[in-house]
Design a protein around this ligand. Structure first.
Ligand code: ADP
Length: 242
């Protein structure tokens, strides 16, 4: 795979709930090593699109090619094993477990089975990677909010993803945490990871995204680099609900 080959190619993706077409003929491509922002006002279809890509929902029509495989309609665990990982809007760490156990829960989805010692080592490396070095034995319930976010990221990274879907991963962070979070995401890109980022935090979109796709009422209404998309009158109008 070359740097510019697509890791994700979504084409004419469509899903309705009753009479409401939540995602309507969506085309979207993420190239290897790219961060693409998926933007749009509340209710525009972003989460539904992520759910279709990660296998939590079945599309009505359209195709989703991930790393050369057509994944549309595959169950979520199979898509995860192919190397498409995601985080959720509401943090989903397992509070009754330690940090290490949380990451090991992610590792059991790993393509090749790991021995228990190897699991511990890999979990420790992943915790270190997200800034939770040495915290393996800490109960996840004791973590601050940003550290829970870090843990969720470590669990997603345990899948050895080729593509990471981040669903408002930066939401709820205070300004100084936000800077840390942005740098953490940037460091993942620098490691070669491809990322699709659903995000409302404008500073993050501006500084992280190579390209943005904007949705409104299920449809793509704009696609360009962040500086252009965020000043596009069509996009501004959609956000203001005019
Ligand atoms: P966003 O993530 O951009 O806020 P969503 O994908 O959550 O948008 O929602 C898109 C539209 O689909 C909204 O009108 C929402 O009410 C509707 N919707 C989402 N999930 C369901 C569902 N499970 N059943 C019925 N309607 C849904």
């Amino acid at each position: 795979p070359t740097a510019q080959s697509p890791v994700l190619e979504v084409s004419a993706l469509t899903r309705a709930f009753g009479g409401l077409v939540a995602v309507n003929a969506l085309d979207l491509t993420v190239h290897r090593g790219e961060i693409v922002g998926l933007l749009g006002p509340n209710g525009s279809g972003k989460t539904t699109a992520l759910n279709l890509m990660s296998g939590l929902l079945r599309p009505d029509s359209g195709t989703i090619r991930f790393a050369g495989t057509d994944i549309a309609g595959l169950p979520a665990y199979r898509i995860a094993r192919l190397g498409l990982a995601r985080t959720f809007q509401l943090v989903r760490v397992l509070g009754g477990m330690t940090c290490s156990e949380n990451v090991r829960a992610g590792l059991t989805f790993h393509r090749s089975p790991l021995a228990s010692g190897e699991m511990n080592d890999t979990a420790a490396i992943l915790l270190e990677r997200v800034g939770l070095g040495g915290q393996g034995q800490r109960p996840a319930s004791e973590l601050t909010y940003i550290d829970q976010k870090r843990l969720e990221l470590a669990r997603a990274l345990a899948l050895k993803p080729q593509l990471l879907l981040l669903d408002e991963w930066l939401a709820g962070l205070n300004p100084s945490e936000l800077l840390i979070g942005i740098e953490l995401i940037r460091s993942l890109k620098n490691d070669g990871l491809s990322i699709l980022l659903v995000e409302h935090v404008m500073d993050a979109i501006r500084s992280l995204c190579d390209r943005c796709v904007v949705m409104n009422s299920g449809r793509k209404i704009a696609e360009d680099e962040p500086g252009l998309v965020l000043t596009d009158p069509v996009v501004i109008e959609a956000y203001l609900g005019v």
